[in-house]
Write a protein that binds this ligand. Structure first.
Ligand SMILES: Nc1ncnc2c1ncn2[C@@H]1O[C@H](COP(=O)(O)OP(=O)(O)OP(=O)(O)O)[C@@H](O)[C@H]1O
Length: 602
């Protein structure tokens, strides 16, 4: 998890797209094959139509009755049309299933990405990959593969039947088709490049839009709407240019294919006419041959468009493969149902990983070093620290001294480069990741409130929580007035990103969420920084009370909030420079004394 998770280069993923395509199609193999057989049969019946037409002409010119030949021709037309309809439907159904599977697989992987992988990506671009790129899978299956198959078979079939009719004319037709193939071989890489660039620009556009949506207030307050619009516009213009390039090359390919068939038709007409005149072939054979040449238009255009779809699909698949190649964490267990009710006065641990009621957890950092990917300076250096089970430990120190990083290492968002961490005497790396996180309650610095109801937000990590339990944590975190404002309705909606809540309310929602889980280790990162004095004092008491039966690690800027901590760790440049109680540190550590003096605590 500690290695930089840059997006792999498309070239390196080149051969994988075929394997991935096969993997996507395989689960729907039966329907795909049935659909392919129906479509092929329909095409083959279409292939017989010129022969039936020849029979009809022969009957007409020979003066024999045409009823039978006419019936055969009609039957061929009707049955081919029905098979085409059913086959198309089945193929589209398969294509939709492939898109569904593709999206599910991609999202599952996306949500399991390690923090390092996720931070190396642009969320808007990832969104484009999940939505737009997966949509392209539909075209690969419904148009690409099937057109390639039916077009190929029809082309071969037609050439075979032409061979039966006249070898000289066949030679002319094959020569023209080969010329076309050569031309297409030149055009196809260009189509592929344009498709990939177009998809990439859509991703860039998504990232540019997401950047604004994620900081909408800042954009408004800074008056930078026009600048941001320009950024999006650059990406959309690029997508437009690549779309044009794609259209250009596609129309060159389509026109060349149509032209090639017409040229073949005219040459065959001329040479064939001469051959009829000198008695080398019959009129009906020439008519049938010409019908086959005209008939070739369809499979040839099919093959051309199949290639375009496959090139575009290949570009999309390449972008999907890039995401699936990023390092991910093990799959999270589904959240547990309601936990057993609290008995007596002691707390019952709620976990979604099944940790059970194990009491508070002890934590040890043993000479831990950690440098963020892409950074030169370690954020944590040679950190040795013991946090006893139960009690409040506070991390204080200047901004950037590594306090948040210490909490991130405990959550295993990152693994140390050197040294080891222990929780309950067990190396952190030996914990099942989901079990580990189920034991920890974490209130991050930039607390997240999700779109949804108040209940969903509070019980986010504890879906089985009862109404009484939720109300209890709301009382503890002084959120009952908020509930009153929402008309006493736990199922009232909170707006996207929690923008309808104040900063302090958001913090308290996050604390309530962590408390409801009744973790064994509670990590609070500046969790009360936005609270007013009254609420802060009240929550400080609550946290003190919790620390009697839970291990609590608090990151605090305001020393007033942690004066009573059992242990205060003073961090500087990633190191723990001093550890002790407030009064001791005031005497023994100049930095702590300075911080306290700045905050008028002495
Ligand atoms: N995701 C990240 N990628 C790269 N560097 C990071 C990342 N997060 C933090 N850092 C760097 O690591 C160092 C420690 O950061 P950290 O957030 O742990 O400090 P902090 O003491 O919690 O700061 P503050 O009190 O301002 O929140 C800083 O130099 C910071 O720039």
């Amino acid at each position: 998890m500690t290695t930089e998770a840059a997006m792999p280069q498309p070239g390196r993923r080149g051969a994988q797209w075929m394997r991935m395509l096969v993997a996507h199609v395989r689960p729907h193999g039966t329907t795909f094959i049935v659909a392919a057989v129906l479509l092929l049969t329909s095409s083959l019946l279409g292939l017989l139509q010129p022969l039936a037409a020849k029979g009809l002409i022969d009957s007409l010119t020979g003066g024999s009755p045409i009823g039978r030949a006419l019936t055969v021709l009609m039957l061929l037309v009707v049955v081919a049309a029905i098979l085409l309809g059913v086959g198309n439907y089945l193929m589209l159904r398969t294509a939709e299933s492939i898109v569904l599977d593709g999206r599910r697989g991609l999202v599952q992987h996306l949500f399991r990405l390690s923090i390092t992988s996720m931070r190396s990506q642009q969320p808007g671009d990832l969104l484009a990959r999940v939505t737009t790129d997966t949509s392209m899978l539909r075209q690969i299956a419904s148009q690409g593969l099937i057109d390639l198959l039916t077009g190929g078979v029809m082309l071969l079939g037609a050439l075979l039947l032409m061979a039966v009719l006249d070898l000289v004319l066949l030679g002319i037709t094959v020569a023209v088709v080969l010329l076309l193939v050569l031309l297409l071989a030149v055009i196809m890489p260009r189509i592929r490049t344009a498709a990939l660039r177009a998809q990439e620009s859509v991703g860039t556009m998504g990232a540019a839009v997401e950047r604004v949506l994620g900081a909408f207030t800042t954009v408004k307050a800074s008056g930078t709407e026009a600048v941001e619009m320009e950024r999006v516009d650059v990406a959309s213009r690029e997508a437009y240019q690549q779309g044009l390039s794609l259209a250009r090359w596609n129309s060159v390919a389509g026109t060349a294919a149509g032209l090639a068939i017409q040229v073949a038709f005219l040459v065959v007409l001329g040479v064939g006419g001469a051959r009829v005149a000198n008695g080398s072939m019959t009129v009906s054979a020439l008519v049938a041959f010409l019908l086959y040449v005209a008939y070739l238009t369809h499979p040839v255009l099919q093959l051309v468009s199949a290639n375009s779809f496959l090139q575009a699909g290949r570009a999309a698949l390449t972008r999907i493969i890039e995401v699936t190649a990023l390092p991910a964490e093990p799959l999270a267990l589904p959240p547990s149902g309601p936990s057993p009710a609290t008995t007596g006065s002691g707390p019952t641990r709620r976990t979604s990983g099944g940790a059970g009621d194990l009491g508070p957890a002890s934590v040890i950092f043993d000479r831990v070093w950690f440098t963020y990917p892409g950074r030169d300076e370690p954020a944590v250096r040679d950190l040795t620290l013991t946090v006893p089970a139960s009690g409040l430990t506070a991390l204080v120190g200047p901004s950037g001294s590594g306090k948040t990083t210490v909490l991130s290492l405990l959550e295993r968002f990152y693994d140390p480069n050197r040294g080891r961490l222990w929780l309950d005497g067990r190396d952190l790396r030996r914990w099942d990741l989901n079990e580990l996180r189920a034991n920890i309650g974490y209130v991050e610095q930039d607390v997240a409130v999700l779109a949804g109801t108040l209940r969903e937000n509070i019980a986010y990590a504890t879906p089985g929580a009862s109404e009484a339990e939720i109300r209890a944590v709301l009382r503890t975190t002084r959120l009952l007035p908020l509930l009153d404002q929402l008309g006493g309705d736990l199922d009232a909606e909170i707006k996207h990103r929690g923008v309808s809540l104040s900063g302090g309310e958001r913090q308290r929602v996050a604390i309530a969420r962590a408390l409801l889980r009744r973790p064994r280790l509670l990590l609070l990162d500046e969790a009360t920084s936005q609270l007013d004095a009254t609420n802060e004092a009240a929550l400080r008491d609550v946290i003190q009370e919790i620390s009697h039966h839970t291990t609590v690690i608090v990151v605090a800027h305001r020393l007033s909030t942690v004066q009573d901590a059992a242990q205060i760790v003073v961090m500087q440049h990633g190191r723990a420079r001093a550890t002790g109680r407030h009064t001791t540190l005031l005497r023994t550590d100049p930095l702590y004394a300075e911080l306290a003096a700045e905050q008028a605590l002495v």
